[in-house]
Design a protein around this ligand. Sequence first.
Ligand SMILES: [Zn+2]
Length: 98
Amino acid sequence: MTRRGRAKKEKPPFEPGLIPAPGELLVWRDGQHFDRWQDLPCTLCGQPTHMRSHSGEPVHKACAEDWITANPVEARLGRFASDLAPKPKSKKGQGDHA
Ligand SMILES: [Zn+2]
């Protein structure tokens, strides 16, 4: 086998990217931000949400953005971050994904 490093390629690590500046929007395009199976109370506003931060914290994207704006210093610690810049994807074979 020539493949090294990751044993599986199904689930790449869910790494946060840049932290948006206060007033800017998060980029949460990755499907891992959306838990379609259950909604949990948002840690910021308490309303149910399907959204998850990179660390799995249930939070509305808009709430996270408001929180960054309201807590710019703490925000630099990386509680909420945008997705990594998308990499150009090589073409995947179809049909290997049920
Ligand atoms: Zn919320």
